[in-house]
Design a binder for this molecule. Structure first.
Ligand SMILES: NC(=O)C1=CN([C@@H]2O[C@H](COP(=O)(O)OP(=O)(O)OC[C@H]3O[C@@H](n4cnc5c(N)ncnc54)[C@H](O)[C@@H]3O)[C@@H](O)[C@H]2O)C=CC1
Ligand SMILES: O=C(O)CCC(=O)C(=O)O
Length: 444
């Protein structure tokens, strides 16, 4: 049996009931076969793949907090410090009822390669909790965040592990966690990114994941004889990534006709009104049913349906495995040119294979959404030098990072005879740097 197959089998056996983690490992290792085969002897001797798929550290802890009625609740907190070969652990904190160890491990594993692809010195980690922020008061959110940090502070720091936002964790939650860390440690340092602008945050971090998604999509399209301008775009999600992807796509001259949340989705044939969307989601924290009040001609549908809408470019920006084989068939039938993942692993393996087999340009999340973490690394740089860069400077750096990233993965795919396979290109390019650093640092 090949080394790659042995490791995939081992991961499934040793990490039972963690299907998302299995999926992420399988996707990465499958496309690394050509590199692993060429170095099999040395990699086996050094147990390179075993070390790659086993987190350096997994932290799981109790998070008790008190609601507005005096009731105590207990959630589970996680931080998986996956790989620090190229820099301090870096990756977001997800607050969602579906969170479990397997989800955090899949996200942490992806983060290793994504962070490597940015070209910046950041290792891979991820964390979160099964806490559900939906419907909670600000005080309840603060109580949870403070309790969460009361345990997490032991393991994080500006030079060790720097968490950030993800689903359910935005500026409000980062603020509460930062305040609690500073209070416990007596240290004002860049322990978190995605901070508010008044206390060390970076301009353009809020926009970065969505904007970066469009910068890299444009570069990929350009290299394939297309561009974003004039295209019809479908987007899923209506959170941080989706909102700023829609905003940038519209700035580039595309028409975005959909967005969604976990209850339903909106179709707006005139193009999504991003100002209305921000008001609903960022200011009022309401459901998408409200969108019709701002745009009476739009349609609201319960459930899922975004991928049945005809578009040239599809940008899944909500959550993992939201685009399956049936959805992929609909997209192909409707003539989609490109699918670029704003979310982490939103496309199932079968759907990815189908899209690629049918000539759709497919950019995986670890490349397409890397603008968020890249800008987090720029926030870390600003914190270290105690300076604050202009929006234009950060945005220009972000754009260049995304353009370079695309050419880096494109070159890796071509080098191994897999032209246009951007999944393989991203995995190989991300892997090569990490392996080089791991090898140089000995068996650790
Ligand atoms: N915020 C960031 O900087 C980055 C986020 N990501 C990824 O992008 C995706 C979205 O994250 P954010 O926009 O930050 O989160 P968010 O909390 O701001 O928004 C999440 C969006 O996804 C939707 N959603 C969540 N669970 C869902 C479900 N089960 N079914 C349907 N819709 C669901 C929510 O309704 C919401 O619209 C996630 O996969 C996240 O890991 C990736 C890179 C960076
Ligand atoms: O900004 C960060 O550090 C993390 C962003 C993130 O969680 C991700 O890239 O999935």
């Amino acid at each position: 049996m090949s080394y790659v197959d042995e490791i995939i089998e081992q991961v499934i056996k040793e990490n039972p009931a963690e299907p998302e983690f299995h999926q992420a490992v399988k996707e990465v290792l499958d496309s690394l076969r050509v590199v692993v085969d060429a170095n099999e002897k040395a990699f086996r001797r050094d147990a390179l793949l075993e070390r790659l798929v086993n987190p350096e550290r997994q932290i799981k802890f109790r998070v008790p907090w008190i609601d507005d009625n005096g009731q105590v609740h207990v959630n589970t907190g996680y931080r998986v410090q996956f790989n620090s070969a190229i820099g301090p652990y870096k990756g977001g904190l997800r607050l969602h009822p579906s969170v479990n160890l397997g989800i955090i491990k899949f996200l942490g594993f992806e983060q290793i390669f994504k962070n490597s692809l940015t070209g910046l010195p950041i290792g891979g980690g991820k964390g979160g909790s099964n806490f559900d922020p939906k419907g909670k008061s600000d005080r309840e959110i603060m109580a949870f965040c403070q309790s969460f940090m009361l345990e997490l502070y032991k393991y994080v720091g500006a030079d060790t592990d720097v968490p950030a936002g993800d689903i359910g964790t935005g500026a409000r939650e980062i603020g509460y966690m930062f305040g609690q860390y500073k209070r416990i440690r007596g240290l004002f340092e860049g322990v978190l990114t995605g901070k508010g602008l008044s206390y060390g945050g970076s301009l353009a971090r809020t926009e970065a994941t969505g904007y970066g998604l469009l910068y890299i999509t444009e570069e990929m399209l350009k290299c394939n004889g297309h561009n974003v301008e004039g295209k019809t775009v479908t987007v899923s999600g209506s959170g941080n990534v989706a909102i700023y992807a829609i905003e940038k796509a519209e700035q580039m001259g595309a028409k975005v006709v959909t967005c969604s949340d976990s209850d339903g989705w909106v179709y707006d044939s005139d193009g999504i009104d991003v100002a209305a969307l921000k008001e609903i989601k960022e200011v009022k924290r309401q459901r998408l049913t409200e969108y019709k009040k701002y745009r009476p001609n739009s349609e609201y549908h319960k459930g899922k349906g975004v991928w049945a809408v005809k578009s040239d470019i599809a940008l899944p920006c909500a959550t993992q495995n939201e685009l399956d084989l049936e959805n992929a068939k609909l997209l192909v039938k409707n003539g989609v040119i490109a699918v670029c993942e704003g979310a982490n692993m939103p496309t199932t393996l079968e759907a990815t294979e189908y899209l690629q087999a049918n000539g759709v340009l497919f950019l995986p999340g670890k490349a397409a959404n890397a603008g968020g973490v890249a800008t987090s690394a720029l926030e870390m740089s600003q914190n270290s030098e105690r300076l604050h860069w202009s929006f234009e400077k950060v945005d220009a750096r972000l754009k260049q990072i995304m353009i370079d990233l695309f050419h880096n993965l494109d070159a890796a795919a071509k080098k191994y005879g897999m032209d246009h396979n951007y999944v393989a290109g991203a995995n190989i390019a991300g892997f090569e740097k990490v392996v080089d650093a791991m090898t140089a640092q000995g068996i650790v």
